[in-house]
Write a protein that binds this ligand. Structure first.
Ligand SMILES: C[S@@+](CC[C@H](N)C(=O)[O-])C[C@H]1O[C@@H](n2cnc3c(N)ncnc32)[C@H](O)[C@@H]1O
Length: 215
């Protein structure tokens, strides 16, 4: 099969109605890769694991998963194997998305989790349904890839879209502190962390336990 045939096989449009109503046309895979080549330094240069990306119209997650794939590849090349678990979770924590349509939103989350688990399965981590790694990864994906409208900053039920800043604690390897903020505060000079719960610092592999600091 030629490259051209492969490209034609990709489904770039689901329906005319969705194109007209939501502007839903997917970027072909080769273009996604070419665009990411432009920010290669952020995906594999110094500090790449924690460099943040926000996809405001996430679609089925095609950009998000390509970003994750590159970061995982760079982690494998640049970190010792014993750090892959925690660094791969920090990589997940750095990738954010918003998507209006629920089917696309679910697809985007699923493709991220599958990519993450595939990376670990291929390298000897079972990544089964009940593992800590899987729970932490699914939790980070759920918090970071949200259903809503980027333009209004609201979820489909009318609440403010809430993201979290996953603050890596440099002095303590693997430790993170979750700091929630509203997407709308990204438009201002500083993120506003004041309106939400605060959480205790913890190992990133236990972040899904959500231990609060304010209760
Ligand atoms: C043109 S597609 C692009 C998808 C993906 N970014 C790509 O390039 O392949 C636009 C996507 O954005 C979503 N979308 C449209 N308006 C949006 C909004 N205001 N907030 C969040 N998502 C939106 C649509 O549902 C659709 O999945």
């Amino acid at each position: 099969m030629t490259v051209t045939e492969k490209t034609v096989e990709e489904q770039l449009v689901k329906s005319r109605h969705r194109v007209r109503t939501y502007g839903e046309v997917f970027t072909p895979r080769h273009m996604v890769e070419e665009m990411l080549d432009l920010v290669q330094e952020d995906l594999e240069g110094p500090g790449f694991v924690d460099k943040t990306f926000l996809e405001p119209a996430a679609g089925d997650g095609n950009f998000l998963v390509a970003i994750l794939r590159r970061k995982l590849h760079a982690i494998e090349k640049q970190y010792p194997a014993e750090q892959w678990r925690q660094e791969s979770l920090f990589a997940l924590a750095s990738i954010y998305g918003v998507e209006l349509l629920e089917d696309n939103h679910q697809d985007a989350k699923a493709i991220m989790l599958a990519e993450f688990l595939r990376f670990h399965q291929k390298r000897g981590n079972p990544g089964k349904r009940d593992t800590v790694l899987r729970k932490a990864a699914a939790f980070l994906i759920d918090r970071n890839i949200v259903s809503g409208n980027t333009l209004t900053g609201k979820t489909t039920t009318g609440e403010d879209i809430q993201f979290s800043w996953w603050n890596r604690i440099d002095a303590a390897p693997g430790m993170v502190q979750r700091m929630p903020f509203a997407l709308s505060s990204l438009a201002g000079d500083t993120l506003d962390f004041t309106n939400y719960a605060s959480y205790q610092a913890c190992q990133i592999e236990t972040v899904h336990e959500e231990v609060r600091a304010d209760v």
